[in-house]
Design a protein around this ligand. Structure first.
Ligand SMILES: Nc1ncnc2c1ncn2[C@@H]1O[C@H](COP(=O)(O)OP(=O)(O)OP(=O)(O)O)[C@@H](O)[C@H]1O
Length: 250
């Protein structure tokens, strides 16, 4: 059975329908990315999936006892607030030292525990948010524009970390992103979205689909090339058990 499934999900704000008859499912262990233009309802879909928005029609089914780890776009934290990463991970509820250590390690930033939150770079901060989501031992990680503000290499590194998390934890990952080809290359399945699912499939299938090209054109190939180039030779030593061949094969 899938982790989350929607059946004819329709969502409206006042009289404005933003999702219409959406049927999707996310299965255990897969990395799924939603791409779509601004205002196409991606965040609204995530809100409906986590139960924060009520459908006008249709249903959202979550597996019993499903644990969701949510990574927001960003959190606004006063840079002058004296708050260490360690303390931040203990909000709102205390976690064991070991749980915090493992979460930071899986997020790729084991060295940040004692650092001040306000002194972190954008990329480091996003990884701390990822670590915080991992504290839930989620069955599924949901990321809404988690790389906003990062440059392309930074975003590509973040997505590689996500792949590594999936590898070590076996959780499913659902992401919304504007990074198009960068994030698509890191996905098993891509949903191209514009109020409804326009097309879906492997990253290559979606990148070649007329529906996708009608929305985005073909101007983002450079990002894909960048991802592939770096992915080629960057980190086998970090994840010796992770076979990357599938990313270069398409
Ligand atoms: N709380 C709200 N009340 C009224 N309208 C809303 C609300 N949230 C979103 N909308 C509208 O719903 C539509 C879809 O918004 P949503 O944020 O889901 O799109 P998105 O694809 O995530 O956009 P972006 O890529 O710009 O983040 C937009 O027209 C937006 O103005």
């Amino acid at each position: 059975m899938s982790l989350i499934q929607t059946k004819d999900l329709t969502l409206a704000y006042g009289g404005n329908t933003v999702l219409r008859d959406v049927n999707i499912e996310i299965n255990r262990g897969e990395i799924v990315t939603i791409v779509g233009p601004n205002g196409s309802g991606k965040s609204s879909l995530l809100r409906a999936l986590i139960g924060a928005a009520k459908p006008a029609k249709g249903i959202v089914t979550r597996a019993e006892g499903l644990k969701i780890g949510y990574v927001p776009q960003s959190l606004s934290i006063d840079a002058t607030l004296p708050l260490s990463v360690k303390r931040f991970l203990n909000l709102p509820s205390r976690v064991s030292k070991e749980a915090a250590r493992v979460a930071l390690e899986d997020a790729g930033v084991p060295e940040l525990a004692s650092r001040q939150l306000g002194a972190l770079s954008g990329g480091q901060f996003q990884r701390v948010l990822l670590a915080r989501a991992l504290l839930q031992s989620p069955d599924i990680l949901i990321l809404d524009e988690a790389t906003q503000g990062l440059d392309q290499p930074g975003a590509a590194q973040f997505y590689r970390q996500i792949e590594s998390v999936r590898q070590t934890r076996g959780c499913a990952v659902l992401m919304v992103s504007h990074d198009l080809h960068v994030v698509m290359a890191a996905s098993d399945r891509v949903l191209c979205f514009n109020g409804h699912v326009c097309c879906q499939g492997t990253p290559q299938v979606v990148a070649d689909a007329p529906e996708y090209r009608a929305l985005f054109g073909t101007g983002t190939q450079g990002a894909l090339a960048l991802y592939r180039h770096e992915h080629d030779h960057n980190h086998d030593h970090d994840h010796p058990d992770h076979d990357h061949a599938h990313k270069e094969a398409s």
